[in-house]
Design a protein around this ligand. Structure first.
Ligand SMILES: [Zn+2]
Length: 245
């Protein structure tokens, strides 16, 4: 896959000993790819990402992977609070919810998939740590949003998607504070300072888009438990058992 270089000045060293074990996907949320590239390379803006993927599949490298890019901001995933230090950030061109949110074209999804597979080949990023910006900052971010095809990405070996259930649904709506919140937290959502409702919405955008905006139900619980089980298996296979606690 050809990658074009457009170096951004906005990066710094990764702290000593910081492992790269998170991959954060974003949308640009700007009117054009050019506007996003310009901003991510503008020293005054103080933002960047490692890569930007245009709608036609063109890939730009803005920051070298061994450097700390400035894409994540305030938020957390699992026990990690300084997400920039431990992550690779990929910006995917889309106007976003503010400027006309639209589906991600097939050529763009192919490029994102190839790029992510290459990144996962270079760094020990567990599948449960391939996340949306909204997953680590549910109180202020919606990207890349509910139109992003996480299921296809997972099918290609990038990230997790809930396995199909047996169709059995029992019981009434689950208690959000006592049942849903602990599961969201186990999956990686940081509920300190973020409302459970906000984390649930972020979860729906990523792993249950058909239910976006609806109350948690038994399918929510099934998907959460399934993703946690997949995460545990992946971590123990990689010798990472307990690393998310
Ligand atoms: Zn973002």
């Amino acid at each position: 896959m050809p990658i074009h270089d457009r170096p951004s000045p906005n990066h710094g060293p990764r702290p000593d000993g910081a492992a790269v074990d998170i991959l954060v996907l974003h949308y640009t949320g700007m009117v054009s790819a050019q506007a996003a590239l310009d901003r991510l390379c503008d020293e005054a803006a103080q933002v960047s990402a490692h890569y930007l993927v245009e709608e036609d599949g063109t890939v730009w490298r803005l920051v070298a992977e061994d450097r700390r890019a400035w894409h994540a901001g305030r938020g957390a995933w699992g026990h990690v609070r300084d997400v920039n230090s431990r992550s690779i950030g990929v910006e995917i061109v889309n106007p976003g919810h503010e400027f006309g949110y639209r589906p991600f074209p097939a050529a763009q999804m192919r490029a994102v998939t190839d790029l992510c597979r290459d990144i996962l080949g270079r760094w020990p990023i567990p599948p449960g740590n391939v996340i949306a910006h909204s997953d680590m900052a549910p109180d202020r971010k919606r990207d890349p949003g509910e139109l992003f095809d996480w299921q296809a990405l997972a099918r290609a070996g990038v990230g997790l998607w809930p396995r199909t259930g047996d169709g059995a649904h029992f019981g009434g709506p689950p208690a959000v504070e006592t049942v849903v919140a602990p599961l969201l937290s186990r999956l990686g959502y940081d509920l300190d300072g973020v409302g459970v409702a906000q984390a649930l919405t972020a979860f729906q955008r990523h792993w249950h888009p058909d239910a976006l905006g609806k109350p948690a139900d038994t399918e929510t619980i099934r998907r959460l438990n399934d993703l946690i089980a997949q995460t545990d298996v992946a971590n123990s296979t990689a010798g990472l058992a307990g690393s998310r606690e």
